[in-house]
Design a protein around this ligand. Structure first.
Ligand code: MN3
Length: 240
């Protein structure tokens, strides 16, 4: 038997990989509010790079290779020290961007309806007041990060606008995310340059409020249920 024959007898190597979720719309679909050049760079370069670096970090740590990106992010203390920072930044980048693409859609500007609208009115006074607070907090965040509409999973699901630094996620602070906007410069600089407030204002035209409402419906689930129902994009798959 030659060497080549021996190789074919080896068991198939299980090689799980996180992967870049495809956009559900064209790169130009969010024009003029988000330009296609920004979308191409943001999705195909920035997000792809987080996925690639996450896979590279996990390459020699098979115990963690079938864990979802959200699980990794919420269990950083269990991650070996030598890859903890890389997993923190890149799993966070992967989780947040995967949610961000789904938070937007083509079509005319919309407003929240139903229970989510009622909760917004209850906790912010009005939809206009909520938008003002979201724009102010997103505009003031120093450096790179995200601005979120979140709810607590207790106390009647009280809504709150928060910001996170880097790619941190609200579930790391026991808050549940309903909507998010990326205020890293790479999200807006090509079109809006240093005018982040203009980007934040224009972004309302592409928000998918049905998606935010679906998140709100799921917000009283346990963390375990949420991880189970997690979008398939966040679970690694066998390499094609
Ligand atoms: Mn980004």
């Amino acid at each position: 038997m030659n060497d080549l024959a021996n190789v074919t007898l080896l068991p198939a190597k299980i090689n799980l990989k996180h992967h870049l979720p495809p956009l559900k719309y064209d790169y130009a679909a969010l024009e003029p509010n988000i330009d296609s050049r920004t979308m191409i760079l943001h999705h195909d370069n920035h997000h792809a790079s987080y996925v690639k670096k996450l896979n590279e970090a996990l390459e020699n740590f098979p115990d963690f290779r079938d864990c979802s990106a959200l699980w990794l992010l919420l269990n950083l203390e269990k991650i070996p020290k030598e890859i903890r920072d890389a997993v923190h930044h890149n799993a966070g980048g992967h989780v947040n961007h995967s949610m961000f693409w789904r938070a937007m859609r083509t079509g005319a500007a919309d407003e929240p309806k139903g229970l989510l609208r009622e909760a917004i009115n209850r906790d912010f006074g009005s939809f206009a007041d909520f938008k003002t607070q979201f724009e102010e907090k997103g505009g003031k965040l120093f450096g790179s990060g995200w601005v979120w509409l979140t709810c607590t999973r207790k106390n009647g699901g009280k809504l709150e606008v928060i910001t996170t630094n880097g790619h941190d996620h609200p579930m790391m602070q026991n808050r549940f995310p309903l909507l998010l906007n990326d205020v890293w410069e790479h999200a807006y600089y090509l079109k809006y340059e240093n005018r982040r407030p203009d980007y934040l204002k224009a972004w309302w035209s592409v928000v998918d409020w049905d998606q935010a409402a679906r998140c709100f419906e799921r917000s009283d689930s346990s963390v375990e249920e949420l991880l189970e129902a997690e979008d398939e994009h966040l679970l690694p798959k066998h390499r094609q």
